[in-house]
Design a protein around this ligand. Structure first.
Ligand SMILES: Nc1ncnc2c1ncn2[C@@H]1O[C@H](COP(=O)(O)OP(=O)(O)OP(=O)(O)O)[C@@H](O)[C@H]1O
Ligand SMILES: [Mg+2]
Length: 294
């Protein structure tokens, strides 16, 4: 049995793929899932308006986003409406805005090691093994070797990469590399994971399994997900709420609750019904012809 420390320092045990699969489609039992505490953040973005420089047009105008601790929100919108910019501002990586940008009722003034961004490219160190890559943040933080080994091994199990722990990351597939990047983020015990189209370069099968696992892990450990995507299927699988942005400058048009049980299977009629609803709302907001994708 592996033990994983959640953010408040309590222990969560991880075992049994079969039982866990019933709930989240990954390796957590009913009991273990219930043990997970809510370790996320309260996100409060109010009337956020941004431009890159005084001469450029507004990127977006008076955008509002709110999320409860542990909630998963997915922002959908056409290219250029300001999704990545918004994500960077929430993560404390970008300024130049007016309005409110708060995490846990405090203004965001800088990035935090608890708010972790994942991108389309995994950006691993190719000369290092999976274990070494995953342990990088802990080594920088000055953790003792034994503790690093323990935590790294638990985290690698969490993303189902145990059999590759000693491999060099350059010898892994794109999906496996993205799992290593995910483990490297999780090892730092994030309160919030920010994802900017992280799976868009992957094949459909790999993508689907990562979507399912990332949602399951976030619910198990209790951190927030803030994700940007063009893909409505992905939003319906990953989100507690889908936020629809449109226009130039971008505006937040809709906030839809995706009230579906876990694990979510895209062939489930309820999931398909929700997908059709989100698609219709998106098309009306974005003004795209019926039947076309984003
Ligand atoms: N560094 C920058 N300097 C000036 N303008 C920028 C900069 N980065 C982005 N922009 C502009 O801001 C607007 C929003 O960009 P952003 O990358 O946030 O959009 P997006 O919704 O993420 O698009 P995509 O779906 O293509 O990734 C675009 O018009 C873009 O050209
Ligand atoms: Mg973008």
């Amino acid at each position: 049995m592996a033990i994983f420390h959640n953010i408040k320092g309590s222990l969560i045990s991880l075992t049994s793929a079969e039982q866990g699969a019933k709930h989240f489609g990954t390796a957590f039992t009913d009991k273990e899932t219930n043990m997970a505490e809510r370790n996320g953040v309260h996100i409060n973005v109010r009337d956020l308006t941004h431009r890159y420089n005084p001469k450029s047009p507004l990127t977006f105008d008076k955008v509002n986003v709110e999320a409860e601790p542990g909630e998963s929100i997915v922002i959908i919108g056409r290219s250029g409406c300001g999704k990545s910019t918004l994500l960077h501002i929430i993560a404390g990586l970008l300024g130049g805005y007016t309005g409110t940008n708060q995490i846990n009722n405090k203004d965001v003034r800088a990035a935090s090691s608890k708010w972790i961004m994942m991108f389309q490219a995994p950006h691993l160190f190719p000369w290092m093994t999976v274990e070494q890559n995953v342990g990088t943040g802990l080594r920088f933080a000055g953790w003792p070797k034994e503790k690093i080994r323990e935590r790294v091994s638990e985290t690698i199990k969490l993303v189902h990469m145990e059999e590759f722990a000693h491999k060099n990351t350059q010898d892994l597939s794109g999906g496996q590399q993205q799992r290593v990047a995910l483990a490297r983020s999780l090892v730092m015990e994030p309160e919030m994971l920010l994802l900017d189209e992280p799976f868009s370069a992957l094949d459909a099968f790999t993508r689907a399994s990562l979507q399912k696992d990332v949602r399951a892990i976030s619910k198990h450990l209790g951190f927030n997900i803030v994700m940007v995507t063009h893909d409505i299927d992905e939003a319906v699988i990953m989100a507690d709420r889908a936020l629809i942005m449109a226009g130039s400058p971008g505006k937040m048009m809709h906030d839809l609750r995706v009230d579906l049980p876990d694990p979510r299977d895209r062939n489930d009629p309820e999931v398909q019904k929700m997908r059709a609803h989100v698609m219709q709302v998106f098309q009306e907001a974005a003004g795209s012809p019926k039947g076309s994708e984003t």
